[in-house]
Design a binder for this molecule. Structure first.
Ligand SMILES: [Cu+2]
Length: 133
């Protein structure tokens, strides 16, 4: 029994080591950052927001990401319940992602994005803040 316990402990230790060694791959989602490039009023209660997605380790813009979830709310102003509709616009080949957001009130808004990047198993999530006029 003692012997069995010992080997079980050794097996646990090696599993732990493997988990530790592979953890950087699981943190891949943190290797990406969304940044606002441009904010432009687009008519009454509408704001066009251009966002760039950067792969932090090499500083390169990510092209061809599939952004499948968006949300805009006034969380930065303490009004997280105030939301708007977000309409994705055509992305350009340079990796600029454009969105038309319904911003029913002037002030700071948060745009939250969820994306899939080619060759990356993790889902990328990020949030940017922009000013609506
Ligand atoms: Cu508001």
């Amino acid at each position: 029994m003692t012997l069995f316990r010992f080997s079980a402990g050794a097996a646990m230790a090696s599993v732990l080591t493997m988990l530790l060694l592979t953890s950087p791959a699981h943190a891949a989602g943190k290797d990406y950052r969304f940044e606002v490039l441009q904010t432009q009023p687009a008519g009454k209660d509408l704001t066009d927001v251009t966002v760039r997605l950067t792969h932090i380790p090499d500083g390169k813009p990510v092209t061809g990401a599939v952004i499948f979830q968006t949300r805009v709310d006034m969380g930065p102003e303490g009004m997280g319940d105030m939301t708007g509709k977000v309409t994705p616009q055509t992305a350009d080949p340079a990796g600029h992602y454009r969105f038309r957001a319904q911003t029913g009130m002037a002030g700071k808004w948060a745009l939250t994005l969820t994306a899939k990047v080619q060759g990356e198993t993790d889902t990328i999530r990020g949030s940017v803040t922009f000013d609506a006029k």
